[in-house]
Design a protein around this ligand. Structure first.
Ligand code: MG
Length: 157
């Protein structure tokens, strides 16, 4: 088996949509980024690339390339899942933490979970997603950033 770890953080700014795993969440700010700033998908994709020893999403989807401008996080996740499959592996289990003070993400849990499962072609029982606040501390706690950590376990296809 193979194990990978992923991390992502994005600044929250006015005038950007707030999207997590393809789910648009009503809020007055959104993640700043060349892509849609979907930290959950980005951390998961990085974990999968790490498990494959294939570098990181910055290498595969450079922000200097206009092709990737505004690319949805779910699209990155699907593309990385295809790379995993091409290498002869599949996701056995993924687990993630999403650090977000506001907005509250729990009303969107089912939809977020469903989209991740569909993108990775795995069951809910293989998908861990935890929502945490930062208890008001630092940039994340002031709702000026959101962040995500992910760990993935791959098994041979
Ligand atoms: Mg990112």
């Amino acid at each position: 088996m193979r194990i990978g770890i992923g991390f992502d953080i994005h600044r929250l700014v006015a005038g950007r949509p707030f999207i997590i795993a393809g789910v648009k969440i009503p809020f007055d700010r959104g993640p700043l980024g060349h892509s849609d700033g979907d930290v959950l998908c980005h951390a998961m994709a990085d974990a999968m690339l790490g498990a494959m020893a294939l570098g990181d999403i910055g290498l595969h989807f450079p922000d200097t390339d206009p092709r990737w401008k505004g690319i949805p996080g779910l699209q990155i996740l699907k593309t990385v899942r295809q790379k995993v499959e091409k290498g002869g592996w599949k996701v056995k289990q993924i687990d993630a933490i999403l650090l977000c003070e506001k907005p509250s993400l729990s009303p969107f849990r089912e939809e977020i979970q469903k989209n991740i499962c569909r993108a990775l072609k795995i069951a809910r029982s293989q998908t861990g997603i935890k929502f945490k606040t930062a208890e008001g501390l630092a940039e994340i706690g002031k709702s000026r950033a959101i962040s995500s950590f992910a760990v993935v376990n791959l098994e041979p296809k």
